[in-house]
Design a protein around this ligand. Sequence first.
Ligand SMILES: Cc1cc2nc3c(=O)[nH]c(=O)nc-3n(C[C@H](O)[C@H](O)[C@H](O)COP(=O)(O)OP(=O)(O)OC[C@H]3O[C@@H](n4cnc5c(N)ncnc54)[C@H](O)[C@@H]3O)c2cc1C
Ligand code: FES
Length: 297
Amino acid sequence: MPVDVHAEVLSNTRLSADYNVLALAAPEIASEARPGQFVMIKTRLGFEPLLRRPFSIFEILRDAQGAPTGLTILNKRIGVGTGQLFDLAAGDRVDVLGPLGRPFTLAPPSTEAWLVAGGVGLAPFATMAEALLPLGVKTTLFYGARRAQDLYYADWFAARGVTVVTSTEDGSAGDRGFVTAPLARAFDALGRRRLADAPGEDGRSQPARAAGGSAAAPVALYVCGPTPMMRAVSDLAEQHGCDAEVSLEQTMGCGQGGCYSCVVRVRGEGRTPHFVRSCVNGPVFRGRDIVWEELAH
Ligand SMILES: Cc1cc2nc3c(=O)[nH]c(=O)nc-3n(C[C@H](O)[C@H](O)[C@H](O)COP(=O)(O)OP(=O)(O)OC[C@H]3O[C@@H](n4cnc5c(N)ncnc54)[C@H](O)[C@@H]3O)c2cc1C
Ligand code: FES
């Protein structure tokens, strides 16, 4: 059950002119939260803005004994509410409701996990990495941003054993261009590895299979970022026979299923497309189920 906490701001770490990490004392939410879930935050008392804003749970804070004490959010300032969160100081309080939404499905240990993040889409992946690594899941983060300065927390992931592959639009770190470029290379390499492993009828490998590139790969993808990026990654995964889970960032009025501001069209198994509320049926969906062409951004 989600709980509403009048949470104290423990710290506000400004990473740049637009990004900050807000640490909030909310043990009740932190102890129930699962990777991919979110909270609704009233960014300020009063009516401006009237509605709460949704944020992925970024990190779980723990005491010396490992008990959850709070959570952080990775905030990108784009408007009124996110601007208010950027300006908060230690000791301030905000109302935080959560945990909310459907979490990611954890990959089994025999599977590799590829986390694909664009910009502030990194937010759901710290808790995801911390859930996957103890299971023995080999985890890679494909992390794209506009420029090197916007690649936050890459060292945090690397220090925990995640392989980090970066790309930037201006080429100042990693691949120049979008995160889909190194990802496409990784799929090609995976296809070659599988080809080398797979015996043909004559007991030898099968080049024809690799040329098609459609063999199912033991990789689970998890994606969060701008909608065009999530769509491109979802398509790429499908072409290679993989499922991708995407975390949508639809505008949300209530976060609890009451206002229908967050609806998105999905295709279920063998069913015609239908609308669902992304706050309760998501924000995590199977990429291949989304009717992408109808998403606004
Ligand atoms: C499940 C979920 C998790 C999220 N996690 C994070 C997170 O971890 N960190 C983070 O910084 N943000 C996250 N967001 C996005 C965040 O909720 C919005 O940026 C925020 O609500 C904007 O509020 P605002 O008052 O600052 O903007 P407003 O002043 O209301 O709007 C400013 C501009 O941004 C546009 N806008 C508002 N919301 C969105 C949106 N969801 N997508 C695209 N454009 C939008 C508006 O149309 C307007 O043009 C998440 C969203 C969802 C649904
Ligand atoms: S945000 Fe209100 S129904 Fe989803």
